[in-house]
Design a protein around this ligand. Structure first.
Ligand SMILES: Cc1cc2nc3c(=O)[nH]c(=O)nc-3n(C[C@H](O)[C@H](O)[C@H](O)COP(=O)(O)OP(=O)(O)OC[C@H]3O[C@@H](n4cnc5c(N)ncnc54)[C@H](O)[C@@H]3O)c2cc1C
Length: 476
């Protein structure tokens, strides 16, 4: 029987474990153990539930256009637990010129696809609009070389589109600096659109037309770009564990080192216990995987340590609805860096996902820190809470004291995909091929979102299954 150890019980490690469970369920002679340092599984995914509130410490939803998360939820029997965003309140705002200004209707991933709302939007100046419209005639870039998000947007749509939309909305998802983040690894659909249609506007219009002509399937649900689970994303974590009865999940089990042992691998725990395995999947952040690999694969470790992480923090505040100073008519707002404020964005959680708040309350979540303001996220909880409340007073006119204010630190938790990231990952994989039985998975490689991590974890498990099958053929 082959034994596989997964180090790290975040969503990537759990997705790998579930794929191995499927294989065991189909009769494969496999043993799988997941080792998690913390007392809970899920890694960045952590849901707190109390007094009718559902508070997410990390991610709060996932994108529905990448199918891996929805597919996993369905396999886990959570299909009917999936919920989309509120369809009544879909506006998003940008804080600019000391007020919240609505994003014009018809933006598709920040690219205008409706002429009138865009033309009359007060969000952009006339020269800014004219520059964005030049996208219709600017020739496409030659070659496949990577470039930064800032360089890509500046080239196609100009500086104002970069500052008011791409930086707060797109770089904001990655808590990154748009001047250094890779367009190829973060928004490849823009690169593909430019290649195929030359113009981003023409490409988005073509995509919209395509979607309109597609026939809905018989299980068609109303489209929501973001999906979550009724009782929070922690439901997915619990379900993987519940539906993987043949996998051994060990929490509070921190791995100290991994060594080569005879023809296999030896995993050494903090308390000195050892576990021998035919294969090891490192589902830990890249910097920790680098530490494990350093003694016997220094080149892989050196490459992995080039992948950087930055700190962010979130503050979730719940207020009594009665007398609350703002209508919360939308999903929330983003704040361009040029405004010089201390929060990056604020989600109006009780409007976006109304089921997360009990009757009579509203809930907001503010984001702090990231590549350009890490210091702010590394302050203590009280300082962050005070800062966020002051920002909400200035930006939204909220002077009411919240009933609940929860600050969560995500210290060096947000991975940064810098220009050349895909090439770096190729080099890591080439070097790792010299160590059969060792695999890497997680947000550091081919996508940071939950669906990306699930897909990467699943594929990594499949690579291990394939390796075992090849080894068995040789032995026969
Ligand atoms: C604040 C925040 C908000 C986000 N929002 C969204 C969102 O809304 N939608 C979305 O799709 N994505 C979002 N993301 C991104 C997404 O949540 C992450 O990329 C993803 O959850 C990472 O999963 P992972 O399995 O790669 O890593 P992790 O979740 O980091 O899991 C790694 C695990 O390894 C464990 N570990 C570490 N060292 C050891 C050791 N020595 N021994 C054993 N175990 C160890 C850790 O405890 C951890 O559980 C967000 C991320 C953050 C930080």
């Amino acid at each position: 029987m082959r034994k596989i150890v997964i180090i790290g019980g975040g969503i990537a490690g759990l997705a790998a474990a579930y794929r191995l469970q499927e294989e065991i369920g189909n009769g494969a002679s496999l043993q799988c153990v997941v080792l998690e340092a913390m007392d809970q599984f899920g890694g960045k995914i952590a849901t707190e539930r109390f007094d009718g509130f559902i508070v997410e410490r990390g991610p709060d939803s996932f994108i529905s256009q990448k199918p891996a998360a929805i597919e996993l939820c369905k396999k886990l029997g959570l299909g009917d637990r999936l919920v989309g965003t509120n369809r009544e309140q879909t506006k998003t705002y940008v804080y600019t010129g000391k007020k919240l200004v609505t994003m014009p209707d018809g933006l598709s991933l920040m690219i205008p696809t409706k002429f009138l709302p865009f033309a009359f939007s007060p969000l952009f100046s006339w020269p800014g609009k004219a520059r964005m419209a030049l996208d219709l005639i600017i020739p496409k870039k030659r070659g496949n070389g990577d470039e930064s998000l800032a360089s890509f947007i500046r080239r196609r749509m100009g500086e104002e589109a970069l500052r008011k939309m791409a930086e707060p909305m797109l770089a904001g998802i990655y808590a990154s600096d748009p001047e250094t983040m890779s367009i190829n690894s973060t928004f490849p659909m823009f690169v593909q659109t430019e290649k195929k249609y030359r113009s981003l506007i023409l490409g988005m219009l073509a995509r919209k037309r395509q979607m309109l002509t597609q026939k809905p399937d018989k299980n068609h649900q109303p489209f929501s770009l973001f999906m979550t689970l009724k009782n929070g994303l922690g439901e997915m974590v619990d379900a993987v564990i519940e539906k993987s009865p043949d996998v051994c999940f060990r929490a509070n089990t921190k791995v100290r080192e991994v060594t080569k042992h005879e023809s296999a691998w030896r995993v050494v725990l903090e308390d000195g216990e050892t576990i021998d395995a035919d294969a090891v999947i490192f589902a830990t952040p890249a910097k920790l995987s680098a530490d494990f690999l350093q003694p016997f694969a220094p080149k892989v470790a050196e490459l992995l340590s080039q992948i950087k992480y930055v700190s962010t923090a979130t503050a979730t505040l719940a207020y009594r609805k009665e007398g609350f100073a703002h209508p919360l008519n939308g999903f929330g707002f983003v704040v361009p860096r040029t405004e010089g404020r201390k929060i990056l964005a604020c989600t109006w959680t009780s409007s976006k996902f109304p089921h997360r708040t009990p009757e009579g309350y509203v809930m907001l979540r503010c984001f702090v820190g990231g590549a350009l303001n890490e210091d702010l996220a590394e302050q203590d909880e009280e300082a962050i809470a005070t800062m966020v409340k002051k920002e909400l007073a200035d930006l939204m006119g909220i002077h009411q004291e919240p009933e609940i204010c929860k600050v969560f630190h995500n210290k060096k938790a947000n991975v940064q995909y810098r220009v050349g990231h895909a090439g770096l990952i190729d080099s890591v994989q080439k070097e790792l091929n010299a160590f059969p039985g060792l695999f890497l998975t997680g947000s550091a490689y081919t996508g940071i979102g939950i669906p990306d991590c699930i897909q990467n974890g699943t594929r990594t498990a499949e690579s291990a299954i394939k390796l075992f099958a090849e080894e068995s053929q040789i032995e026969d």
